[in-house]
Ligand binder design. Structure first.
Ligand code: KIV
Length: 288
């Protein structure tokens, strides 16, 4: 592995990348083997996103995802990661009741699951205050504006955000306020690239885009979308780099036919009795 690939990614390193104009690569992961592959491929930041609920757990949206589910999967991911910065996503209702509960939940990502930071959706006044409180408690926070899936019931449906002046202003100001509150990076989800460009130029912290065009400081995608292992609606911003949904069924079907035909397992996948064991003897002892 090259030095570039083995050097642990830290928050200062992400800031250096922005200053150097070097793109930050980010991807979600939710389990140990995937985290290992993603980390070894040289990804800088792994987000254990609450998209877990939709792409792995089969929920309709991210609202039902619990802290326990997030911690369970974050633990699996950190076990597989040596280099990337792992960020745990604060699920819906883990930061809504009180600052105390928010800090306690966020700290669990660091203390129990081994993440190095958390992500929180939104930039309302209350949310910004919470982020200040978390940063004060030494918990690094990544912000998230634009389309925020946990606001689904408010928004009605997932669509591009920031096409109206008031909304565009709220996104730009929200990102700036997140930076002022101490966030180390901001995810910009599903916003016009012109808006993402302005935000990226204004901020000193990195912007990580998903459906926000090529001028963000970094890019993130949901792993299952990238590898073609997710179902249902696929947003315009997703590019499938491989089609696992198409590659896997023929392999499973081949397994089913071979088992049915008796051709799997073949001799090469089978064990033989050691020569010094007398099967006759084994059988005769069994009878006694
Ligand atoms: O939950 C998630 O995966 C996310 C990314 C899409 C940024 O929030």
């Amino acid at each position: 592995m090259s030095e570039q690939k083995t050097l642990k990614v830290t928050i200062p390193l992400l800031l250096e990348k922005k200053l150097a104009g070097e793109k930050i690569t980010a991807l979600t992961a939710y389990d140990y083997p995937t985290a290992k592959i993603v980390d070894q491929a040289g990804i800088d930041l792994i987000l254990v996103g609450d998209s877990l609920g939709m792409v792995v757990l089969g929920y309709e949206n991210t609202i039902p995802v619990t802290m326990e589910e997030m911690l369970h999967h974050t633990k699996a991911v950190t076990r597989g990661v040596q280099r990337a910065l792992v960020v745990g996503d604060m699920p819906y209702f883990s930061f809504h009741l009180s600052p105390e509960e928010t800090v306690r939940n966020a700290a669990r990502f660091l203390k129990e699951a081994g993440a190095k930071a958390v992500k929180i959706e939104g930039a309302t006044r209350k949310r910004l205050k919470l982020i200040e409180t978390l940063v004060e408690a030494e918990i690094p926070v990544m912000g998230h504006v634009g389309l925020t899936p946990q606001s689904l019931y408010h928004l009605g449906r997932f669509k591009v955000r920031g096409n109206r002046e008031e909304e565009a202003r709220r996104i730009v100001q929200g990102a700036e306020k997140l930076q002022n509150a101490g966030a180390f990076a901001v995810v910009l989800e599903c916003v016009p690239l012109e808006l993402a460009r302005v935000v990226t130029q204004k901020l000193t912290i990195p912007t990580i885009g998903i459906g926000a065009g090529p001028e963000c400081d970094g890019q993130i995608l949901v792993f299952h979308d990238l590898v073609g292992y997710s179902n249902g609606y696929l947003p315009k911003f997703v590019k499938r780099f491989i089609e696992l949904n198409k590659l896997l069924p023929p392999a499973i079907e081949a397994y089913v036919s071979e088992v049915k035909a008796g051709s799997f397992p073949a001799d090469e996948q089978s064990y033989h009795l050691k020569k010094d064991i007398d099967l006759e003897e084994v059988l005769s002892v069994q009878k006694k």
